[in-house]
Design a protein around this ligand. Structure first.
Ligand SMILES: [Zn+2]
Length: 159
């Protein structure tokens, strides 16, 4: 017997559009070598996040997981969340510095420092996302990724 297909939390079209949009944003940030994938599994419950991004060790490859109720978010929120996640790729090498610090710190010291590091990077990423959204044509990139406009569109109405 064939199992009924569970309704996916993200449609294939949306996953494809998110990859295209994320790649566009990464390119705008000077991170064009990164490959980004949207995972079939949603965000893990413990993270309680709209999305998470996991860079794979030693590769320019990152996995994005989206919230279970992703498709109910309005477009502005979805755009903002993806920009936020891509900005985390800017500090991947600094994450590694903190991981390296495990070698010479006690666990409780490292945990405490790491908590502070996460707090500050989240603030930095939120700050940068406002800046990026104001300077890069984020809305256009989103619409293009979702097939709502072509690269030929110059913003003028056809007449
Ligand atoms: Zn974040």
């Amino acid at each position: 017997m064939v199992e009924p297909v569970k309704s996916p939390h993200v449609t294939d079209d949306e996953a494809e559009a998110i990859v295209a949009f994320a790649s566009d944003v990464a390119g705008a940030l000077g991170l064009p070598t990164w490959q980004i994938a949207v995972m079939e599994e949603p965000v893990r419950k413990k993270h309680k996040a709209d999305a998470t991004i996991t860079p794979i060790d030693g590769r320019y490859f990152a996995e994005i997981r989206l919230a279970k109720d992703w498709m109910t978010f309005d477009e502005a929120r979805r755009r903002q969340v993806i920009v936020h996640e891509i900005l985390h790729l800017l500090h991947v090498r600094i994450n590694d510095v903190f991981e390296d610090a495990r070698d010479y710190m006690h666990d409780h010291e490292h945990a405490s420092l790491h908590r502070r590091f996460v707090r500050e990077t989240e603030l930095m990423v939120d700050h940068l996302s406002l800046f990026l959204t104001a300077t890069h044509t984020i809305e256009e990139a989103w619409d293009t990724a979702h097939g709502k406009r072509t690269d030929d569109d110059d913003g003028q109405e056809a007449g």
